[in-house]
Design a protein around this ligand. Structure first.
Ligand code: GLP
Length: 240
């Protein structure tokens, strides 16, 4: 696992370049996207590159990590809305080739097909991840089995609290989500993870120094051959 301690500005530019270079090298690549505030700067840089005519996403397929149960794409807190609004509406990707797990209707059945769909498209070439303060990746909370595939997950109370800032009250935060599993994420060929701010410091310490344990879901990434962790000084502050 590589670790890069950088300013937010530098990591956004570097990770965006990885995405852009991937698309230039393999125009029909499969990109993995994440939500939350961490990847927003990366998406802004990708949009900039597209607008400058540097890259086209017309043949790209994408998969997102997760979606809240109960929120449809018209809900501005749904992850589908987030992706449309913060990336897909501003680049030439074909929306039909963008996949976000469904959190409505027969979402449990659809979750079971998500991994198969990723496999059919050739697997994820490059996956970006954020990290929860409890070490979750996507919505794989502590004690999620390492062999999990896409499934419906209960959100930890710390995650509900962390994410309440995006909702008008904590009671509106969904308590369940559909999420790619830890085994699904580990199949990505290349992974980059962003962690910034003091509230990620414990999770980053567990990611980089602790045991590989289901208590810290992020720690599974130590078993992956190609992960780069981008951190700022605050997130890195508890690492010895
Ligand atoms: C949510 C998402 C995660 C994300 C995490 C951190 O729980 N499901 O994928 O990594 O939030 O969010 P932020 O980047 O806003 O700190």
């Amino acid at each position: 696992m590589k670790v890069k301690i950088q300013s937010k500005e530098k990591m956004n530019a570097e990770i965006a370049k990885l995405y852009i270079d991937m698309v230039k090298e393999k125009p029909n690549c499969v990109l993995g996207f994440a939500t939350g505030s961490s990847p927003l700067g990366v998406y802004a840089k990708i949009i900039e590159a597209y607008q400058n005519g540097e890259v086209s996403f017309k043949d790209v397929t994408s998969f997102n990590l997760d979606e809240y149960v109960g929120l449809d794409e018209t809900n501005d807190q749904s992850y589908r809305y987030f992706m449309n609004h913060n990336l897909f509406d501003h680049i030439d990707i074909n929306k039909e080739n963008t996949h976000v797990p469904s959190g409505i209707g027969d979402y449990e059945e659809k979750a079971k097909e998500y991994d198969k769909l990723i496999e059919e498209k050739g697997g994820i070439d490059l996956q970006i991840l954020g990290i929860g303060s409890d070490g979750h990746i996507a919505f794989n909370e502590p004690n999620t089995p390492f062999d999990s595939l896409t499934h419906v997950a209960e959100l930890a109370s710390s995650t509900i609290q962390d994410n309440a800032r995006f909702f008008s009250s904590i009671d509106e935060v969904p308590t369940k989500a559909v999420t790619m599993g830890l085994a699904s994420i580990m199949k990505a060929k290349k992974i980059v993870l962003i962690a910034t701010g003091l509230n990620k410091a414990d999770a980053v310490k567990a990611l980089l120094e602790g045991l590989v344990t289901i208590k810290w879901p992020c720690s599974i990434l130590r078993n992956h051959p190609d992960v780069t962790v981008y951190v700022d000084h605050d997130a890195f502050s508890k690492v010895k």
